[in-house]
Design a protein around this ligand. Structure first.
Ligand code: FES
Length: 498
């Protein structure tokens, strides 16, 4: 029986030999916009391991270089042997914020890159006006060697570091070439931001120290290349800067987030929170900041949930109470196929209100679970383990905020503004996040702030000193586990507020 592995989620399952992929991928959030007629390219996948023959329809819709790169129409494929497939539709949810920014005027073109563990965004910017000239997004091809950071660290230290370095440099080189072609003005500076693992892999630094306690970076400084050093011939003379990390697993994505939100210039304390699998948190103001990372797990992305899926058509993305029952909002309005992160948070918040979820996380009726849709509409429900996964994720974040605030001599109530970075932060219901104790702040203090990593990378394009020594001096990295109160706080924060 062939085994199918989907990237970047890392989901694996068996299917009968010769089975049409369309029948099986739909259940995993893949949509087939033209109904599988081979006309729209919307269902395209990239074959990263295994073989899928090129069909006539593939030849009609893909240019030769995309066929060579492994792109196929999944509505035209069958599974004959084990396959690894990258799902292009995951790129649809990448935040590529193109709001206007005020930059000190420079000349020429710049390119800002957000190098995420899952997704990549490259934006071409007119450095004289700050205007966005074009954008390209893609999935991080390293995901074929592990969806999460630690799996990739393991792969790298077992001989795969060069492979991961080359994969990411080549894919970013492709995006850079495409956005550079959107302007006739030469590219002078390219800024790249990413977490500490991405920084080390891209720059070719020794990853080993990130595999073991105390997880100190080999080198967390600003790294400077020429385009030609990276094999980026279309921008051979451009200066390529990978911005510095803040320490541990807190990378330049968070440094860029501080820049974008102006946390380092505030008179009053605030926080920046990135609700990812590796949650990153900064607390403070112009008087001083502390930052930390915390392993929240993949629940917010729907990945560890029994009926979890990404925020695509068919996902329960919101849940309300109506006449004493739960009423789900399904993306696309049709039948429910699963639940995404925002639906999960809403569902548990509503379950708490109805007494169907207890404060300690136990379901009042474990056999029934927490039904989000009726059986006629797919019968999507949460089970006990799903609530536990959410408790682990929200406990890690809430404990992190509380410990960092205490380290700064603050109570969490003192934080006047909470910036939420990233896609999930944009969609989460702030009232529900408050109800489950994930963000113990009034909703009006919580500000969804978009792709702050990319915004900060844009700001760095025109910065005089892109090493940002003043921010690095102001922001002290803190290892949460070194706080004697962390474990207790984590356990406390796993409970739901009364
Ligand atoms: S669903 Fe349109 S080409 Fe496959």
């Amino acid at each position: 029986m062939p085994r199918l592995t989907l990237h970047p989620s890392g989901t694996s399952f068996d299917l009968p030999a010769g089975a049409p992929l369309q029948d099986h991928l739909f259940a995993h959030g893949v949509e087939f916009p033209c109904g599988g007629k081979g006309r729209c390219r919307g269902c395209r996948v990239r074959v990263v391991t295994g073989q899928v023959p090129v069909t006539e329809d593939d030849r009609r819709v893909f240019p030769a270089h995309e066929l060579d790169a492994g792109w196929r129409l999944s509505c035209r494929c069958t599974a004959e042997s084990d396959l690894g497939l990258e799902l292009a539709q995951w790129t649809a949810s990448i935040l590529s914020d193109d709001r206007a920014l005020e930059l000190p005027a420079r000349t020429g073109t710049g390119i800002a890159i957000d190098l995420g563990s899952t997704t990549l965004v490259a934006q071409a910017i007119d450095r004289s006006t700050g205007a966005v000239l074009g954008v390209r997004t893609a999935l991080n091809p390293q995901a074929q060697h592990g969806a999460d950071l630690m799996t990739r660290v393991d792969f790298a230290r077992n001989g795969g570091a060069d492979r991961l370095r080359d994969l990411i440099r080549n894919e970013l080189g492709r995006l850079v070439t495409e956005v550079a072609a959107m302007t006739s003005v030469p590219v002078q500076r390219i800024t790249v931001v990413g977490n500490t693992v991405m920084h080390h892999l891209f720059c070719g630094l020794d990853i080993l120290p990130l595999a073991f306690h105390p997880f100190e970076p080999t080198d967390d400084g600003l790294k400077t290349f020429r385009g030609s050093d990276l094999g980026w011939s279309s921008v051979a003379g451009a200066e390529v800067l990978f911005l510095p990390c803040l320490g541990g697993f807190v990378g330049s994505d968070i440094l860029a987030g501080i820049l974008a939100t102006g946390l380092h210039r505030r008179d009053t304390p605030a926080a920046l929170v990135d609700l990812g699998t590796n949650g990153e948190i900064v607390v403070g103001s112009a008087k001083g900041m502390r930052c930390a990372s915390t392993a929240a797990g993949p629940a917010f992305e729907g990945a560890s949930i029994s009926c979890g899926m990404r925020a695509a058509t068919g996902a329960v993305a919101g849940v309300e109470i109506s006449d004493g029952a739960l009423r789900a909002t399904v993306l696309g309005g049709g039948a429910a196929r699963g639940v995404c992160g925002s639906g999960l948070v809403d569902a548990v918040a509503a379950g708490l209100e109805l007494g169907w979820v207890r404060g300690n996380g136990r379901l009042a009726d474990p056999a029934r679970g927490l039904p989000l849709t009726d059986v006629a509409n797919s019968g999507v429900k949460l089970v006990q383990k799903d609530v536990r996964e959410l408790q682990l994720a929200k406990g890690a974040i809430a404990a992190g905020i509380s410990i960092l605030a205490a380290q700064q001599g603050l109570a969490v109530e003192d934080l006047e503004r909470i910036h939420l970075a990233g896609a999930f932060g944009n969609y989460i219901n702030r009232t529900a996040a408050h109800r489950i104790g994930l963000l113990p702040f009034p909703a009006e203090r919580v500000v969804p702030s978009g792709n702050t990593a990319l915004l900060g990378a844009r700001l760095a394009l025109n910065a005089d000193d892109p090493g940002f020594p003043e921010i690095r001096a102001l922001c002290q990295h803190f290892a949460l586990k070194s706080d004697p109160g962390f474990e207790d706080s984590y356990v406390d924060q796993m409970a739901f507020p009364a």
